[in-house]
Design a protein. Sequence first.
Length: 385
Amino acid sequence: MSLPEPSSSGRFGEFGGRYVPETLVPACQELEAAFREAWADQSFRDELDGLLADYAGRPSPITECHRLSAELGVRVLLKREDLNHTGSHKINNVLGQALLAKRMGKTRLVAETGAGQHGVASATAAALMGMECKVFMGEVDMERQALNVFRMRLLGAEVVPAMSGSRTLKDAVNEAMRDWVGTVENTHYCLGSVMGPHPYPWMVREFHTVIGKESREQCAKLLENEIPDVVTACVGGGSNAIGIFSGFADTTAELVGVEPAGGAAVGRGVPGVVHGMKSYLMQDEFGQVQEAHSISAGLDYPGVGPEHSHLSSIGRARYEQVTDDEVIAAFQLLSRTEGIIPALEPAHALAWISRDRAKLAGKTVLLNMSGRGDKDVGQMMEILG
Ligand SMILES: *Cc1c(COP(=O)(O)O)cnc(C)c1O
């Protein structure tokens, strides 16, 4: 059993909705209808499952971490999304959206990207399906992530600097939406997380439920109790977390999302509207959206998907915060004990396990290893020397 559908207006409790300019309402409605129809069509599901298996490399395994578990006194299992093609969970969503876009007769994808990971995944799916791809990226991020800019261009995408505001991720989202308004006839906006206007938070979640579904089946074989005591994941927009949570929402497993202390929308935010949705949001005293700051560019988002705001408000999931220093230690810990270099994003979830290991003693924790650390090795070399 997975998580319920949002209401007809796209709400999870009081959160979500569709706060977009008039000109975008028909595009959102068209997308919602197309997704609903495709998701109910077994041939669409089969085609996507085929791509996930033969192109992305699913199912991803679960790895039991013997040495790490001995060191922490907590039994840690990793869901290995880092082993997917392009190195993270993001491929699940972009293959789903690109296939849907094609079915809708669109020939072009636009996407936003922060660190470049979603841009690379989108460019990958576009190359695979022979579609045009334009990626908006904050000018500041383009300088910081030059390698990913080159990767996207290699994959045939056009990368356009977002020059407004702070020239980072939130500005890239605004410019991608603006492009979509003017090009909706032939273009699909391939949004990278469980955020934005309805139907995105729901649709992106559904494309990532494969993580939870596989995990549930794998845990049933692996664990005596069939379900772990705790399921944890890092939360930026919240897509990898909702994907794995969806497989355990109907169980007794505790669901724990981990945010960076400098971008803790659930932990420190207040309800507000941004990027077409109502959700918790980091705002200053004047109601302006605040910049998020964390060691991991992939979690530098001031908002969070509306379903996480809802799960927090009803108490079904809880959200913890960790500091950059705790993340750096966790990054090294997993590398040293298991031979797995994690991306800095899922290192947040491990940092929480490590900090709370006394409270978690003897428990079994399933951690969504959302991505591999290759992209972060250069940054860590500078920090660790
Ligand atoms: C993009 C990214 C994230 C953050 O996105 P969510 O939507 O919160 O999952 C986390 N981990 C990795 C490896 C990423 O690339």
